[in-house]
Structure formats: C-alpha cells, structure tokens
Design a protein around this ligand. Structure first.
Ligand code: SF4
Length: 74
C-alpha cells in the first residue's frame, strides 16, 4: 500500500489531478475541492488515502499535474 495525502486547504479546484488519475482522485461533493477517491480514504478522511501499489504511478501523475504541488505520494 502507498500513502497519498492532499493539502486540501490549498487546493484551487483546477481538476488536473482527477482528470489525470480518476482512480485515485475525485472532486468532493461537499466543497468542490480535490479528495481521495472514496474507496481509498483512510477512516473517511478526504485528504488521506492508502492505495494499492499498482496505482502509485497513476497517483504520481496526478501529483505531478498539480499546479500548486499539494499532493504527496509515498
Ligand atoms: S491538481 Fe491540485 S489544485 Fe488542482 S484540483 Fe487537484 S489538488 Fe486541487
């Protein structure tokens, strides 16, 4: 498993992460900001996830796409 975190308070909701890696990232229905996809959230935390190893490259692509560099993988 690989840990993924999003500093959600700095998200500008550009959509780049969930466009490039929709398996891991999503737009929150609550506030329109990026969140971890529901199935990978840890204890329902929108900002913290644990993903299978085979999604690490996808999550890294999402992190690399973020213009404000607030996604951390691993
Ligand atoms: S790429 Fe970054 S700023 Fe854009 S929606 Fe995702 S987390 Fe937010």
């Amino acid at each position: 498993m690989v840990k993924v975190t999003i500093d959600r308070d700095e998200c500008i909701s550009c959509g780049a992460c969930w466009s490039s890696c929709p398996d891991v990232f999503a737009e929150s229905d609550d506030d329109g900001l990026s969140c971890i996809a529901t199935e990978y959230q840890v204890n329902g935390d929108l900002a913290t996830g644990e993903i299978p190893d085979d999604l690490e490259d996808c999550a890294t692509d999402g992190a690399d796409s973020c213009p404000v560099e607030i996604i951390h993988v691993g």
